[in-house]
Design a protein around this ligand. Sequence first.
Ligand SMILES: Cc1cc2nc3c(=O)[nH]c(=O)nc-3n(C[C@H](O)[C@H](O)[C@H](O)COP(=O)(O)OP(=O)(O)OC[C@H]3O[C@@H](n4cnc5c(N)ncnc54)[C@H](O)[C@@H]3O)c2cc1C
Length: 116
Amino acid sequence: MKSKKDMEMVRELADLLGAQIAGTRPLIETGFINAKKQIGLSGRTVKPKLIITLGISGAVQFTAGMNGSERIFAINTDPNASIFDVAHYGIVGDIYEIIPQLIEDIKGSGAQACII
Ligand SMILES: Cc1cc2nc3c(=O)[nH]c(=O)nc-3n(C[C@H](O)[C@H](O)[C@H](O)COP(=O)(O)OP(=O)(O)OC[C@H]3O[C@@H](n4cnc5c(N)ncnc54)[C@H](O)[C@@H]3O)c2cc1C
């Protein structure tokens, strides 16, 4: 995330999915999200049905806290990012293009929010 305002699109996507937002250590250090929401070795371990990682490199200190998730969907501009080694699904692309598109697609599908 380049700025705190960019978190608004993440919030909108999360609300549509009935999801929670968590993050990597750098995101916590910038103050974009609460420290209690850090995933990883020095944060929390999570095992949701679906985790969508948005522009996350996949450092072992992070993946140790989420690689037990049922389904991992990664979006990253770098095709060589380590996150793709643990992801079940992946898109090589820019989150600033893909998140708004996902939001429009979900809204257009008329899908109901579900708890994940
Ligand atoms: C002792 C120790 C403990 C640690 N504990 C933790 C921990 O608990 N949790 C944790 O998360 N980290 C922890 N870290 C830090 C960890 O090593 C990594 O530095 C951190 O996880 C990297 O976070 P990141 O993936 O958000 O950032 P980066 O490594 O900077 O990666 C950013 C990624 O975003 C991609 N990207 C950039 N722009 C876009 C875009 N527009 N669209 C799509 N993709 C984009 C880049 O290709 C890159 O892969 C720890 C480190 C140490 C030394």
